[in-house]
Design a binder for this molecule. Sequence first.
Ligand SMILES: *Cc1c(COP(=O)(O)O)cnc(C)c1O
Length: 403
Amino acid sequence: MLEEYSRVYAKIDLDALHGNVENMYKSLPRKTKMLAVVKTDGYGFGAVPISKILQKESYVWGFATATAEEAFDLRDAGITKPILVLGYTFPYAYDRMLKEGIRPSVFRYDMLKQLAERVKKFRAQGMEDLTFKVHIAVDCGMSRIGIRPNQDGVNFVKEAIKSDEIEVEGIFTHFARADEADLSNAHEALKNFSKFVSFVEDENSYEFPIKHCSNSASIIDIPEAHMDMVRCGVTMYGMWPSDEVSKNKIEIKPVLSMYSHISYIKDIPEGTPVSYGGTFVSDRKMRIATIPVGYGDGYPRSLSGGKGFVLIHGEKAVILGRVCMDQFMVDVTDIPNAKEGDEVILIGKSETYFGEGVGDKITVEELGDLSGRFNYEFTCDLNHRVPRIYSYEGKLLRADEVK
Ligand SMILES: *Cc1c(COP(=O)(O)O)cnc(C)c1O
């Protein structure tokens, strides 16, 4: 690995990610397309390189982001497939979205009006064929965004469909509880969504081109919900939506690993406090190693006090005291061959011993659990101070080298 990545780097295995997407696709009916969810910079993995490699697949219809800015970043990087913004978009972004084929999710009457006005403005400037493609969001149990599947919802859909300026390309809902062992709530939501969609289709003699409601959990466990398109997020990144989803239906490989190197080693006598607040005091003579990573990188401070650990030479080294902003200390008393400059695995499996059955591994799920957070909360929090290196088709590349 290049020296400039010695302090810390995350390695994203794009071949594994691609395999995860393919495995999910193979489980779908042939007519079902995929919408790759790359919000929050691709759950922290890098939205641009991921979109670049997935864009080549004909079964990937397009990409979903949470905000207009995330969609603009993809367009700036040369991503040409459709992009759907899953959240509410504020009016300042409408002009650029319209020009660049970025679809907003709609569910407010004022939004329909404002979108139509933008179209009229551009048509007056000579772009007569322009329409604003949108997807209608329906709330079937999240109480977040989306029209309710009631009479007012019916009216909203009618207004969107009859607009000359707006082209309703899709309609979707989002499950609140598709990742639980008991799926009755998700099935109820699916029933309500399907009933509502059929009703408004009949009433308006209209067929929505793309109906979609599945996230990763329901791609795996609710085949009835696949419809025209599924929205895959977390499983694509090699993480499970929860402990309760079936893990034997689709093969998913981890995508992210993360490394650092020991910056300092010292011996401390018994009774020595370690890190801020002296919350840990050695009860014997110890050997400790300093790791030059901290919560300023997004490494959770809640791993402090013996909760978290790293791997050094294939062995667990437990975090001592508090994780600081840029550094933390681990116990290497029982890893006598550990020395300054040695590789530290923050996430991943130990190559040193792996294969002989003695090596250890740290998964994102495990660190998530230990820090009291979700697996993808952890990856989303890894910030720009952690360089991402991509392994793709046998090469190690920087984000801008992934084509
Ligand atoms: C984030 C998100 C998804 C993806 O969910 P995963 O559980 O990560 O697959 C799908 N749809 C909507 C509306 C989302 O916000």
